[in-house]
Design a protein around this ligand. Structure first.
Ligand code: VTB
Length: 346
């Protein structure tokens, strides 16, 4: 899968990032998202693959493109057998977030990116559109920290695993009222908190790399993006756990339906019989082959954002594979004018 898709998926996230970046700072998050979706889908449909969106822009009725269940790729066409080779006809599942951190992009803030994860059919958990409590930590703490433990306990474990004092640790938390207690606890335990307004995928994955000065992500974000983060963290050998949040009182938004009971019913109808289950990275991204790709829209901890120049743009992407055990940072210059231009190296 990596051999056939590796390079192509870089272009998929690059195209989405460039499209969104043109709207960076324009204050319109819906438009920044819409153009990313369109660009991502267009490039995906040029790939010789048989893909199905398992995490996307929502259900078919409210998302016209990259909706859950949409088939993408040339080999999904009826006569595909005549021009796609057997490898390309293998069904694959795709999780996408064409503009993760739409607000960040719309307001020119750091950390938005175009992102996707791919696995063989059934290899990615089709997370419902709920919230998820998340815990991400570096590989050294994998399996040692635990989302069922308190933040205080986890920080002690983290400090031992990373051989640092607690006050040398940085925990990323999204700035939301629902996290007020958590933030207080982390500070009281002695660690430092980096509050972000949006974009917990980038924060989770940053825990997988040393040198980012991010040692944990804690708190509640969206569940579908949790699967994408888990895919990357599984490849990187980092720690990632997620637990669905279905009680509207906990997230303090009406976005997940009016009552806890109705939400449990919805989860049951989707085949989730233990709504309190703690999912490990290996369960959220269980496939034998897992590929992750991201491209910076605005600059963040891991990647530079899109930089436009006269006649082109420069992007930085990250492709992670559990098969080749690689994390590749790809620096690309896109020449969009018909007349080639002098390329500036740095
Ligand atoms: C967003 C977004 C995050 O979670 O905030 C969302 O920025 C859900 O939280 O990156 P709210 O509804 O409170 O905004 C993420 O999308 C991803 O988990």
């Amino acid at each position: 899968m990596e051999a056939t898709l590796g390079l192509e998926i870089i272009e998929v996230v690059e195209k989405a990032a460039i499209a969104s970046a043109r709207l960076m700072g324009k204050g319109d998050k819906n438009e920044a998202d819409r153009v990313a979706v369109e660009a991502m889908r267009e490039r995906m449909n040029q790939i010789h693959m048989r893909g199905r969106i398992v995490i996307g822009e929502g259900e078919r009725d409210d998302a016209p493109m990259l909706y859950i269940g949409e088939e993408v790729g040339i080999c999904t066409l009826e006569d595909a057998k005549s021009y796609c080779n057997p490898d390309e006809l293998i069904e694959i599942d795709i999780a996408v977030d064409p503009c993760e951190g739409t607000n960040l992009c719309a307001y020119g803030q750091p950390g938005s990116m175009a992102v996707l994860a791919i696995s063989e059919k059934g290899g990615l958990f089709a997370a419902p559109d709920f919230y998820m409590n998340k815990l991400a930590a570096p590989p050294a703490a994998k399996g040692k920290v635990d989302i069922r433990k308190s933040a205080t306990e986890n920080l002690k474990i983290l400090s031992e695993c990373l051989d640092r004092a607690i006050d040398e640790l940085v925990v990323v938390v999204m700035k939301r009222d629902r996290h007020n207690e958590l933030i207080k606890e982390i500070r009281e335990a002695g660690a430092r908190v980096r509050l972000i307004s949006d974009g917990d995928v980038s924060a989770a994955i940053s825990c997988g790399f040393s040198g980012t000065n991010i040692h944990a992500l804690m708190g509640i974000g969206a569940a579908p993006e949790g699967v994408i983060s888990a895919a990357a963290m599984r490849c990187l050998g980092g720690h990632f756990q997620g637990q669905l949040i279905y009680d509207p009182a906990i997230v303090q938004t009406g976005l997940i339906g009016e009552s806890k009971e109705a939400n449990i019913e919805r989860l049951t109808s989707m085949g989730i019989h233990d709504p309190d289950k703690v999912y490990e990275a290996e369960e959220l991204a269980s496939g034998e082959t897992v590929l992750f790709a991201a491209c910076g829209i605005t600059s963040g901890t891991l990647m530079e954002g899109v930089r436009f120049f006269h006649g082109g743009a420069r992007t930085q992407s990250l492709v992670i594979s559990n098969q080749s055990k690689t994390a590749r940072f790809v620096d690309t210059i896109h020449l969009m004018d018909s007349t080639p231009k002098f390329i500036q190296l740095r």
